[in-house]
Design a protein around this ligand. Structure first.
Ligand SMILES: NC(=O)c1ccc[n+]([C@@H]2O[C@H](COP(=O)([O-])OP(=O)(O)OC[C@H]3O[C@@H](n4cnc5c(N)ncnc54)[C@H](OP(=O)(O)O)[C@@H]3O)[C@@H](O)[C@H]2O)c1
Length: 328
């Protein structure tokens, strides 16, 4: 497993990151033994980044992740979490964010969190109902983040690279976060590739490349399109049963249907299955510092690690994948 420097930070992050989110559900609703075995196996395999958030299971993901890392006596790993402001909290962003950092520290059982991101989307205007931050809303957030760095509560801070492409890019110029989360997968690769305006889904206009050029760390999310890129609509029993696509089709079913575009990767022998194709596609991009995978069970983690260890996809495979985006 390769490690990459996360942007200009001092964090050396594994190319595969452990997603502790509710879509997969393992770190929210999993049995303790399965969570423990998965985390231990991940660490033994070279995974050193654990990505959680306050809202995953209403605090449960942070509690479980923190408890298992303590049980394993591992303090040399990288933990990231997120703050999310909603509803009336928009009236007092500073205190909300400050309290949420303190509460995350408590739930994780840590003295310092390596990186805290905003979970809210970014837009040109505030939208309370969709939980969207305007560029101005980010100003008090950044002030609180900087104060938390000074107080030793967090080491670095970052943004969620979801929302309106122009506003996200402007937020990077204005505030220089240490890292961003960016949606990147076979269905919507626009964070890493220049595709024409006619491309079917939201165009992130090479957000990942822009961030990387600025020394901003890049964390890939939704590399399996929330599970649709497994090629099956079936959800694991502890996984979130209804998954809203992020920046791909309107429905999960449509995303699943689109996997047939990549069937050639299997029939021509580039990969065994769509999950391998998706994971190896993500790690093939040198501008992506880490790729998160959401997990429902230990087996899915083992598979992801096995695929990462097969390395990036061949250039021939990447070229053929690129043809599918432009032929649509
Ligand atoms: N900043 C943000 O707003 C944001 C948004 C989304 C995600 N994230 C982060 O990114 C992480 C990953 O994202 P995600 O969970 O949304 O999506 P994802 O990684 O694209 O998809 C996860 C789903 O893929 C399926 N899967 C995983 N391994 C598999 C395997 N080997 N075989 C078959 N299916 C497999 C599982 O679904 P089934 O088993 O049910 O099929 C799982 O629920 C999250 O945990 C979170 O840390 C951040």
């Amino acid at each position: 497993m390769r490690n990459n420097r996360l942007g200009n930070t001092e964090l050396n992050i594994s190319e595969l990151g452990f997603g502790c989110g509710a879509v997969g559900g393992l770190m929210v609703l999993g049995e303790h033994k399965e969570m423990f075995d998965a985390i231990e196996y991940a660490i033994d395999s070279g995974v050193n980044y654990f990505d959680t958030a306050r809202v995953y299971g209403d605090g449960l993901s942070e509690i479980h992740t923190g408890a298992i890392l303590r049980e394993l006596r591992r303090t040399d790993l990288i933990v990231g979490t997120k703050v999310r402001v909603s509803g009336s909290e928009f009236e007092d962003i500073s205190n909300t964010v400050s309290d949420q950092i303190d509460n995350s520290l408590r739930r994780l059982g840590l003295d310092t969190i390596d990186i805290v991101y905003t979970h809210n989307r970014i837009g040109s205007e505030r939208n309370v109902s969709s939980g969207t931050f305007s560029l101005e809303d980010l100003s008090p957030v950044v002030e609180v983040f900087e104060a938390a760095v000074k107080a030793g509560k967090i080491k670095y801070w970052g943004f969620n690279g979801l929302g309106e492409t122009g506003a996200i890019k402007e937020s990077l110029n204005r505030y220089s976060p240490s890292a961003i989360h960016t949606c990147y997968n076979l269905l919507n690769p626009t964070s890493g590739y220049d595709l024409p305006p006619s491309f079917s889904y939201q165009n992130f206009e090479q957000l990942m490349n822009v961030a990387s050029d600025k020394g901003i760390g890049t964390v890939g999310i939704r590399i399996l399109a929330g599970g649709a890129l497994s090629g099956s609509v079936e959800r694991h029993p502890i996984a979130q049963q209804n998954v809203d696509p992020i920046s791909t089709s309107n429905t999960f079913q449509e995303d699943v249907n689109r996997t047939s575009d990549f069937q050639f990767l299997i029939t021509e022998g580039f990969v065994e299955n769509f999950v391998e194709a998706s994971v190896r596609f993500a790690i093939s991009n040198n501008n992506l510092d880490t790729s998160l995978i959401g997990l429902s069970n230990f087996d899915q983690l083992k598979q992801a690690i096995q695929y990462v260890n097969r390395g990036p996809l061949s250039q021939e495979a990447i070229d053929k994948i690129s043809d599918t985006w432009t032929s649509k």
